[in-house]
Design a protein around this ligand. Structure first.
Ligand SMILES: Cc1ncc(COP(=O)(O)O)c(C=O)c1O
Length: 439
């Protein structure tokens, strides 16, 4: 039993325990029935001793999802206003995505990059057409997409005979947990204990063009890496001319402009990529999260000065861009662009207005930041306990940077669901404020 519990408790999305997986080709139905039976009798134990405890997990396991809703093993329903951390932009178990996953899994899962992969070529073409980029390297996660970007920057520099190629990164940034990306990340907690960090990064304040310009004399600089909207850092939105200003500085200094759109991409801000809204084409664009709607896939797109930097043997991944991932992501991209993204800007603006009204009498809420369906409600004090309270009220949210309620709801959220989100969260934050006053 302990092993099976570990399987359920240990996954962001539920996986079938091995004993319910059918072997026969048409065993899906009975496997599902056995799984449902397993879930009906399933008791969530204390956290599994078999998992390395890297996550502060919440004591709940979800067993199915539909649209913006997740259901736990007791069939309690929760609104997912964080979308698996900005991943399920099309909602949970989008029918077209589920169909593609099932059909492609039946046909072919993996071959490796030793061979051509037609779905990978189609997905790359689609992403390039959407973004104005030239070509793509596929990875399995956001951090790996950024690893590729950092390697491109170093290779670009080394070809210019720069011995210590250096990337400009921002305060408040988050780029991942691998050694290179955590070195680029501006979070002491993420870096603590992992010294020596990688050399080759210089940090400046976010949204400060003058600070970047001041580095023009530094001959080691090869690139600027920035999130168009900072997500983990607390939903920070730069001035409208910031990306264009960085583009101009990069052009003037022969630096690569590298945009981390792992969280802001795939429709999240109301454009397919946030840089499109700013009319800026970077040299490197990384994305992941919403690209697979839950299937792990990332991408590093290049154009301009970064085109042609990577050649045969410079980089690789066994799984990256495999047939299952690419067929799934292609369906995701088509579903997002068909009819979902158009509504995102209006939905986000409606939510911002509704929250602004709901909190107009609450000085504890000091600011509401929003771009598309990335929302940050800034409180004047730490509020991590809101996560548990919201979950008890059937709402999944996230608190980041200690005092920012971060909302990344599925882009398919409808009007009734948005109203439910506003009503539930504003009641919770009002109650939290009342208690703080009494205390
Ligand atoms: C902007 C940004 N970059 C990179 C990452 C890392 O992505 P992953 O967790 O898929 O490695 C994240 C994850 O939150 C992110 O938000």
């Amino acid at each position: 039993m302990a092993n099976n519990c570990a399987i359920i408790g240990g996954s962001g999305s539920p996986r079938l325990p091995f004993f319910v997986l059918g072997r026969e080709p048409d065993a899906d139905k009975s496997a599902l029935a056995r799984y449902q039976l397993f879930i009906a009798n399933y008791q969530l134990p204390a956290m599994s001793q078999y998992l390395i405890p890297t996550y502060a997990r919440q004591p709940v396991a979800f067993v199915r999802g539909e649209g913006v809703w997740l259901y736990d093993e007791n069939d309690h329903k929760y609104m997912d206003a964080i979308s698996g951390i900005g991943v399920c932009n099309l909602g949970h178990c989008h029918p077209a995505v589920t169909r593609t996953l099932a059909e492609q899994a039946r046909q072919l899962v993996h071959t490796s990059n030793l061979y051509r992969i037609p779905a990978q070529e189609s997905l790359a073409q689609r992403l390039c057409e959407l973004s104005g980029m030239a070509n793509v390297f596929f990875s399995n996660s956001g951090a790996e997409a950024n690893e590729a970007a950092i390697k491109i920057a170093r290779l670009y520099g080394s070809r210019k005979q720069i011995t210590c190629p250096t990337v400009v990164v921002m305060e408040g940034s988050f780029h991942g947990r691998t050694m290179a990306t955590l070195s680029a990340t501006a979070n002491a907690k993420v870096q603590e204990g992992f010294a020596p960090l990688l050399d080759g990064f210089v940090r400046v304040p976010f949204n400060d063009l003058a600070a970047v310009e001041a580095l023009a004399e530094n001959r080691d600089i090869v690139a600027v890496l920035v999130e168009p909207v900072q997500g983990e850092g607390g939903i920070h939105i730069p001035a409208d001319d910031y990306l264009a200003g960085l583009r101009a500085l990069c052009d003037r200094n022969d630096w690569l402009l590298m945009l981390d759109e792992i969280q802001s991409g795939n429709g999240r801000t109301g454009d397919y990529f946030a840089c499109l809204g700013a009319n800026v084409t970077p040299d490197v664009l990384t994305t992941a999260k919403g690209l697979g709607n839950g299937f792990p896939i990332g991408a590093c797109l290049v154009a301009g000065k970064a085109e042609g930097v990577f050649g045969p043997g410079n980089h690789g991944s066994t799984y990256g861009g495999n047939p299952l991932g690419c067929a799934t992501a292609l369906t995701v991209v088509n579903a997002l662009t068909d009819d979902v993204i158009d509504g995102v800007a209006d939905k986000g603006a409606w939510l911002k207005d509704a929250f602004t009204q709901a909190f107009s009498d609450l000085p504890m809420v000091t600011e509401i930041r929003q771009r598309g369906l990335m929302l940050g409600i800034q409180l004047d004090r730490p509020c991590p306990e809101l996560v548990n309270r919201a979950r008890d009220a059937g709402l999944l949210i996230n608190v980041t940077a200690g005092s920012v309620v971060r909302l990344l709801p599925p882009l398919v959220i409808n009007q009734t669901e948005m109203q439910h989100l506003v009503d539930t969260l504003s009641a919770l934050i009002h109650r939290f404020a009342d208690e703080q006053e009494v205390a």
